[in-house]
Design a protein around this ligand. Structure first.
Ligand SMILES: O=C(O)CCC(=O)C(=O)O
Length: 323
């Protein structure tokens, strides 16, 4: 599929793009927030009280805003902090991008809401839960699905260092055995746990700081996503192309770990320039070291606990720390 601009610059301050080689439900918005906002958000995350963080066994730290999930996927709600709801107005901005996708008939809001007006649908999707992931260089997250607790639309704002998100496919029972297509990975979790997945991602997105990545329906339900725990991203320039100018931007095609970068045309100008210069100089690769990255993942938990704690509803213990 063509990587295409789907935003109308006169209607929206953002450039909203579909991603090359991925289903249309994968959307990338570079520079969704400003550098000032990024710095502010990183500061607010860094100031969070220590007990709020949970450390996963890979060392990655996570924090849940908006409440924790019970074992039965019911949200025990807490209010979201004002730096999520008010400044920058992240939720409102994400809703405006989602509304724009809806206007442009990009498969988007949950289907079961289809009989309602756009405003009602948007309201029904308004995020009520934010997951903060903090990755040090060399940390990642194994391929997974996000699970049944959430409506199938997810919006992630990236802060700090870039990282590559990889999209994986499950293998069908009838697929040929490895090495033709792949083998099961022992580090897969989520609802498809135990099903074999392809070892080579079907696509990858170089998530740059200040970007927004939206995944919906097919991307969310049929595929898995993960981040390799590596210290650097190695852009492979062999066969890399610098194409024609497209809407004033230089088109560029490069690979990461053998996989076409789905958002290579929409990288930040400095990254594109670095790649372009390296291609022009006949270099084979460009290595970009990773540093600390913080991601804010906005989702909507469908079932929210109203009123007092009901043991029958919640089951025993909270399952907020799913991964
Ligand atoms: O950090 C990211 O961009 C992805 C996070 C993620 O996949 C998750 O927490 O489920």
């Amino acid at each position: 599929m063509e990587s295409a601009t789907i935003s109308d610059p006169s209607a929206s301050p953002y450039r909203v793009y579909r991603l090359e080689g991925l289903p249309p439900e994968a959307i990338y918005v570079p520079n969704f927030i400003t550098e000032y906002e990024e710095e502010y958000l990183l500061k607010r995350v860094a100031e969070s009280p220590q007990p709020k963080w949970k450390t996963q066994n890979t060392g990655r730290r996570v924090q849940y805003l908006g409440g924790t999930l019970s074992k039965n996927n019911v949200l025990i709600p807490e209010s979201l902090p004002e730096w999520i709801t008010h400044f920058p107005a992240l939720i409102e901005r994400i809703r405006s991008v989602v509304a724009e996708l809806e206007d442009r008939h990009v498969p988007n809001l949950p289907e079961k809401q289809d009989s309602k007006s756009r405003e009602e649908k948007l309201k029904a999707w308004t995020p009520n839960h934010v997951l903060i992931n903090e990755y040090q260089a060399g940390q990642g997250i194994a391929p997974h699905e996000d699970g049944p607790a959430y409506l199938p639309i997810v919006a992630t704002v990236s802060l700090g260092s870039p990282q590559t998100l990889e999209i994986f496919q499950y293998l069908a029972e009838s697929d040929p055995s490895p090495p033709l297509t792949g083998s099961s990975r022992s580090d897969v979790f989520g609802s498809g746990c135990g099903r074999p997945i392809a070892t080579t991602p079907m696509g990858c997105i170089y998530l740059e700081p200040r970007s927004l990545f939206i995944s919906r329906k097919a991307i969310y339900e049929t595929f898995l996503h993960g981040i390799s725990p590596v210290e650097e991203d190695v852009f492979e320039l062999d066969g890399g192309e610098i194409g024609n100018r497209d809407e004033g931007e230089t088109r560029i095609k490069v690979k990461l770990a053998g996989v076409e970068v789905s958002n290579s045309d929409h990288l930040n100008p400095a990254t594109k320039e670095r790649l372009r210069e390296a291609i022009k100089a006949g270099e084979k690769e460009v290595r970009i070291k990773r540093d600390k990255r913080v991601s804010l993942t906005f989702r909507r938990v469908e079932k929210v606990l109203q009123g007092g704690l009901g043991v029958g509803v919640l089951g025993r213990g909270t399952a907020g720390a799913r991964r």
